[in-house]
Design a protein around this ligand. Structure first.
Ligand SMILES: Nc1ncnc2c1ncn2[C@@H]1O[C@H](COP(=O)(O)OP(=O)(O)OP(=O)(O)O)[C@@H](O)[C@H]1O
Length: 744
């Protein structure tokens, strides 16, 4: 009964909508008939656009092009869907768009595209001070008397029938007040011609309305002599569909259209060589990088490569770009660095065999033979530290000779290794390489080194006009060298985006080590946090306040950074439980208390993969829908996201829950043992005392060297800081009072 009732309500609503659209289109057609100087085809285009003006859009017709003597802009249209710079073509011959060329019959008309792009740029510049990103200003060519739907460069090409529905279906970008402000601004920048052909006063509809287009070139129904009412019937159906499509889709997020004018300036900047954008968490670095990618794609015909270290982030960022700049989305390639390198090697026919598991196993064997019996075990008996030393320091930096390693200043590594230690590390490294090669497998570092060697040996013509690396602090030196090799020092070629304070992997590098110079205006710092409510940012900064860090540009920065806050308030909840079981109950209670509606905007973030699996099981048992961050692609999904701190990099959520969040203890003497207890449901809840690294699932509790313990503690504080700064509105911090759980 209820379902039937709502279906009938929907049908009534659809009929009301249809009546409204029919009236709006009929009125627009009557008004368009008064455009005496226009051809019939142009009037039909105008009717479609005038119909939009009855739905909150503003249309400016026949405007002067500033800076030119005689050139004009056919139309500027501003509405919920953004700003459109419109050129109307009333060609006798049929338009075509193939192989990158615009044609009218057999004639090339590429100059028309160039002209439209040039005037669109003028509009972009004019709107930049209002904070409008170039992605929201779109060039549109409309063919009177034609049916057409295509794209060339970034220019949308539409026929007169397609234009109304296409614009109506655009997702909402601008509110009514902004539409007004932008249109007012454009009216000043693009002044009207005197004697513009839109009459001020309504006049009697002309007798010839509805006649076939005078150019006779139309092949579509539009030029076939339909009456206005027939046209209305035809158009109404597609307009209705488009309006319903648009209503179904949520508005485009504000940051996809508006930026701070300083951000727009970075997006549009001309850099003479490699550049870097840095800044604390949440200051809009990724937002700038995505707009920059779209902007460069709009400016060039080449492809843009956008890479990160994390494998899940490219999917999310690709979804964002498709939403904010669909016209250029297919020219921006989102990839994790390793997946890109493997594709590159395959394309170049370079044999490779990546096998993480067998490589791990090769290291374990090397450790047993060469590491455990050496001086290294006295410094840190846990092989993980030494595995990281090989991964992040030796192979990550592409070091192939001992002497280079012997004198290396090891970034972000605290333990002072004397020569005998370094000799022992080198012996371990050589043994690992020997075993790995014997097994015929490559590790992740090998993939990047092979790709770098190939890129340098056969540079060829880069398929990329530009390369953008996000979260660059997590790449290795070899990784950054590889990206640099793709575009070199070309103007606007390489953009590195990231924040040294958020480095969640050991080791590190300086850009100068990679031969990359970003001095002067090519190194830009963002300082305004747009993401985190103040309480959350303060709590997160307190965690790393005492941890000064080396940035990749070689400067040393204090942990407590100067950040301008835009978002006050927020909620930080600390929950301390007596046992792991009580802790997990508290997490479920907190999730339930905030309510089901909040779950799609919530994330439970965990220190390790093992803990992630534990909390996924917990939510599954509690009947709370969840989605693994490994699979999340940025599209709305009605489930709580669950994943590790590392998988959450670059992402954000309204509500973040960090169960068992305490960072690793700072001193070896207080290193906590692995704790295990049995919950009331009989489930074993095992929690390692520190966040295990990706290279080992075992948690190390025995630490020999104080500096190594301090380094580990610092890294785990950084990881916690990154996880905390994923929260926009609320942050839940759960912990177990260890003393209590140990005796239970
Ligand atoms: N100009 C702006 N106006 C309003 N919100 C903005 C603006 N710029 C960015 N934001 C918002 O700030 C949030 C953080 O942006 P972004 O993810 O780009 O920051 P980030 O510096 O890359 O963060 P992190 O380093 O922590 O990953 C985004 O959700 C976006 O909504």
């Amino acid at each position: 009964m209820e379902a039937g009732g709502s279906a009938s309500n929907r049908a009534q609503e659809a009929r009301r909508h249809e009546r409204e659209l029919r009236e709006q289109l009929r009125a627009a057609q009557q008004e368009a008939r008064r455009w005496e100087a226009a051809s019939e085809g142009e009037r039909k285009v105008a009717a479609q656009l005038l119909m939009l003006t009855r739905r909150g859009w503003r249309l400016l017709v026949d405007r002067r092009w500033p800076g030119t003597r005689a050139a004009n802009v056919d139309m500027l249209l501003v509405g919920p869907g953004g700003v459109f710079v419109i050129d109307v073509k009333n060609w006798r011959a049929a338009p075509g768009a193939a192989d990158g060329h615009l044609t009218a019959g057999r004639q090339r008309r590429d100059g028309e595209i160039g002209k439209l792009l040039a005037v669109t740029r003028v509009a972009e510049v004019a709107l930049a001070p209002l904070g409008l990103s170039p992605v929201a200003v779109q060039p549109l060519m409309v063919f009177a008397g034609r049916s057409f739907d295509g794209t060339l460069d970034r220019v949308r090409l539409l026929g007169e029938r397609e234009v109304g529905p296409a614009l109506l279906a655009e997702r909402t970008r601008l509110g009514a007040a902004m539409v007004c402000a932008i249109a007012d601004h454009l009216e000043v920048v693009f002044p009207a011609y005197e004697g513009s052909y839109v009459p001020e006063e309504p006049s009697v509809p002309s007798a010839d309305s509805g006649r076939p287009a005078p150019d006779g070139g139309g092949t579509s129904d539009a030029a076939s002599g339909d009456t206005a009412d027939d046209n209305a019937l035809f158009d109404i159906a597609s307009l209705c569909d488009a309006a319903m499509d648009a209503a179904r889709r949520a508005p485009v997020e504000r940051w996809m259209t508006f930026l701070h004018p300083d951000q727009v300036a970075l997006v549009r900047r001309n850099w003479s060589g490699p550049a870097r954008v840095s800044g604390p968490a949440g200051t809009g670095k990724t937002v700038v990088a995505l707009h920059r990618a779209a902007h460069l794609a709009q400016r060039t015909t080449g492809r843009i490569l956008y890479v990160t270290f994390a494998s899940n982030l490219p999917r999310v960022q690709g979804t964002f770009l498709r939403t904010m700049a669909p016209a250029v989305a297919d020219r921006v390639e989102f990839r994790s660095l390793h997946s890109w390198a493997r594709k590159f090697l395959a394309e170049r026919g370079i044999p490779h065999r990546l096998h993480g598991g067998r490589s791990e196993d090769a290291f374990s064997r090397a450790w047993v033979r060469c590491g455990r019996p050496s001086v290294l075990a006295a410094l840190d008996p846990c092989p993980r530290y030494w595995h990281e030393e090989i991964d992040c320091v030796i192979k990550g930096r592409g070091i192939t000779g001992f002497e280079e390693y012997a004198t290396l200043r090891r970034q972000r590594r605290r333990a002072a290794l004397r020569r005998p230690h370094r000799e022992a590390v080198w012996a371990l490294y050589e043994e690992y390489e020997r075993v790995r090669r014997a097994r015929g497998v490559h590790d992740f570092n090998d993939i990047l080194s092979l790709a770098l060697a190939e890129a340098r040996a056969r540079p060829g013509r880069s398929p990329y006009a530009a390369v953008i690396a996000d979260e660059v602090q997590d790449l290795t030196l070899v990784g950054v060298r590889l990206l640099h090799a793709l575009v070199g020092d070309a103007p606007n070629g390489l953009l590195l985006v990231g924040d040294g304070q958020q480095a969640v992997y050991p080791g590190g590098f300086r850009l100068s080590d990679a031969g990359i110079d970003v001095r002067g205006d090519r190194g830009q710092v963002l300082r305004t946090n747009y993401r985190n409510a103040q309480q959350i940012l303060d709590a997160a900064l307190a965690v790393v306040a005492d941890d000064a860090f080396d940035d990749i540009d070689g400067t040393r920065l204090a942990g407590l950074r100067d950040v301008d806050r835009t978002y006050h308030g927020g909620q930080v909840t600390r929950s301390v439980s007596g046992t792991p079981a009580e802790h997990d109950d508290a997490l479920l209670a907190a999730l339930r208390a905030r309510g089901e509606a909040s779950w799609p905007d919530s994330a439970v973030l965990c220190r390790s993969r093992r803990e992630t699996a534990h909390y996924q099981r917990l939510l599954a048992r509690a009947g709370i829908p969840f989605c693994s961050l490994e699979r999340y692609d940025g599209r709305p999904v009605a489930a709580v996201k669950v994943g590790s701190y590392r998988r959450a990099k670059g992402l954000e959520f309204k509500h973040v829950y960090l169960p068992d969040h305490e960072p690793a203890p700072a001193m070896p003497s207080v290193a906590a043992p692995v704790t295990a207890s049995v919950t009331s449901s009989g489930m074993s809840a095992v929690r390692p005392s520190a966040a295990p690294s990706a290279t080992s699932t075992r948690a190390c509790t025995v630490v020999g060297d104080e500096d190594i313990a301090l380094e580990r503690a610092e890294l785990s504080r950084t990881q916690l800081f990154v996880a905390m700064t994923r929260a926009r509105d609320s942050l839940w911090l759960g912990s177990v009072a260890r003393g209590l759980s140990d005796v239970s």
